[in-house]
Design a protein around this ligand. Sequence first.
Ligand code: UDX
Ligand code: ADP
Length: 465
Amino acid sequence: MKIKNICCIGAGYVGGPTMAVIAKQCPNIKVTVVDINQARIDAWNSDDFNKLPIFEPGLAEIVKEARGKNLFFSTNIDKTIDEADMIFISVNTPTKTYGKGKGMAADLKYIELCARQIAKASKQNKIVVEKSTLPVRTASAIKSILDNTGNGVQFQILSNPEFLAEGTAVQDLLDPDRILIGGGSSEKDQKAVDALADIYANWVPKDKILTTNVWSSELSKLTANAFLAQRVSSINAMSEICEKTGADVREVSKAIGMDSRIGSKFLNASVGFGGSCFQKDILNLVYIAKSYGLNEVADYWEQVILMNEHQKNRFSDNMVSTLYNTVSGKKITFLGWAFKKDTNDTRESAAIKVADNLLNEQAKISVYDPKVSEERIYTDLDYLNTRSSDENKSLLTINKDPYDACKDSHAITILTEWDEFKSYDWKSIYKNMQKPAFVFDGRGLLNKKELEEIGFVYYNIGTGN
Ligand code: UDX
Ligand code: ADP
């Protein structure tokens, strides 16, 4: 079976880049990304390629190349579903904010709405691919909705989790470590698996395309994210011991990373991991474990989240105690708001929690981030509901120029590892700050020796001072 027409439901951080790359690599397949959010679709269709809703290095170039040829963005969901042979579900699966499983389980209402819409709009057989990260066994719920509410057409359900990381999405999609496809064992299911594998085979070596049963595929995605987050919490736990003992966490990371069994990646101590996946997926895993009565398993994974919360809180606590136990009325500059560099995404960013803690201490915060919008920053803070929107606006200001953001500040804190921060004129920043001038580097980004020579009091996460 050759796929000629793909529909992707959800034009977000996963759907958008993934489909742009499929369209680029498969010029003979028509790819249409649909979303209920008109503003998001308009932004994807914008003539100004700087205004795409998602910033990812290399993405604008790919959209420019493929859009209007075989890549389309639309809000005409039913028609696009009906015309497609293969439908990717790439909608959001946030943590539930109500009812049973509140604060832990994945909220599957968007997935269910999507399944119902596919069932209603489909007049021919379709392959439905789960791209969103989902609890294990969601495919059976989707199949049940499709089979019971559809127009009598046949659906094959596949799981094809996406492992791209934000900031490197295009590179990850063009050269993935592996492609995982989970499918059933019937002949029809296997044909569907082959059809999806053939799409990827246009640019991914065959030995990197792994096929498993559906449940293994769903669970592998949660497992990968849990292991990655666990590594960050593990090194962050060591960063606190380093600070107390005079060891340097970067030296420890290097030393352990050279053990080929451990490996060198994902060992950067930081102010805490963020992003839309790690916390959500671990909470989901914890919920699944609890629902099977596996309490020890649940507690084990929950600790990864607790450690991450602790890291964010101890970072802001350390700022307050170093700044003579009071930040009230003091200007503190945040360099970075995104959860990591090279993305405009701020979901679960450590900066939000650190800001909230410091605002509780009546600090005056000034933020500069090269890619995050002013509106996004205030929305992130208001969402916490700690204080009124007016109070947030009066206590926190946003600067378009980093040097203005740093002027007259008592302390600068690095919350995102944007490369440009390294090349700033730190001498001139120092000159225009209150003295003593502090830098709290939550990413280990800057050069301690250089900053100390200029006169800064420099605090680096994971280094005894
Ligand atoms: C993650 C997974 O890497 C990806 O495979 C999955 O598809 C989605 O979730 P993402 O959240 O985009 O991707 O970014 P990632 O690079 O994993 O970073 C997550 C967070 O961990 C960031 O806040 C990052 O700054 C932090 N991190 C990462 C560290 O603090 N230290 C590290 O060594 C690595
Ligand atoms: P992710 O990071 O997983 O891509 P996002 O929140 O960035 O998540 O994107 C999910 C997208 O899915 C949003 O743009 C949202 O509007 C869209 N969406 C959610 N439900 C539906 C639906 N039933 N039909 C179409 N689009 C949907």
